[in-house]
Design a binder for this molecule. Structure first.
Ligand code: SF4
Length: 199
């Protein structure tokens, strides 16, 4: 983050406006299943830390989202890992949010798992329907993105989605994150989006 104070309750709106598809997918899965599996929690927790969610707000966020379990179960099974991601438990390592490279080359999500990069890990059918319905893209924009994915240009596909999502804020095709830069980190995607909303 760049200093903006982020609270747990701001996350759903920010997800719609400014999260890259990988993190939006984790947010949507969390809302739908009221749970996320380990790799997804890890990927999302570090991203949320990176956008400026404090550890206190992170605990509020996850506690509220995991609607199907008791406080006891939450404290016992999940709180430690959230705090661990913030470097407050165990080896107290200050983990960095994962880069695109780490997410794209990391463990392939199995059934019921929502971590990873949608451009790399979704089937073509899932990616297409998600771009058309969740993002409301036109058929031709969807086709452009899917064709970038087919040539394994995941960063370019993500960058194109960024441009389309921010076209209403004046971002043109080819401009990417500014000066033609393509997406290399989910938190960079977020930071650039927030900067555009504030301009
Ligand atoms: Fe996320 Fe990076 Fe994939 Fe975009 S290219 S969806 S930011 S992992």
């Amino acid at each position: 983050g760049d200093g903006e104070e982020i609270t747990a309750e701001m996350v759903p709106d920010l997800a719609r406006q400014s999260f890259p598809m990988c993190m939006r997918s984790l947010e949507d899965t969390l809302r739908g299943s009221k749970h996320l599996k380990h790799e997804g929690r890890q990927q999302y927790n570090l991203f949320l830390k990176g956008i400026g969610l404090s550890v206190e707000e992170a605990i509020v966020f996850w506690r509220k989202a995991f609607k199907l379990i008791t406080d006891d179960a939450f404290n016992k099974n999940y709180k430690y890992n959230i705090r661990h991601g913030y470097g407050l438990e165990g080896s107290r390592k200050n983990y960095s949010p994962k880069s695109c490279q780490q997410i794209i080359t990391g463990a392939t999500p199995g059934p019921g798992q929502a971590h990873g990069c949608p451009f790399r890990h979704y089937s073509e059918a899932n990616l297409t329907s998600s771009l058309l319905t969740t993002y409301g893209l036109s058929g031709s924009d969807t086709k452009d993105i899917v064709s970038a994915v087919k040539s394994s240009h995941y960063h370019l596909a993500c960058t194109r989605l960024f441009e389309i999502q921010h076209a209403k804020l004046g971002v043109a095709k080819g401009e990417g994150l500014g000066k033609g830069d393509s997406v290399d980190h989910p938190n960079r995607y977020f930071d650039r989006s927030r900067a555009l909303y504030k301009e």
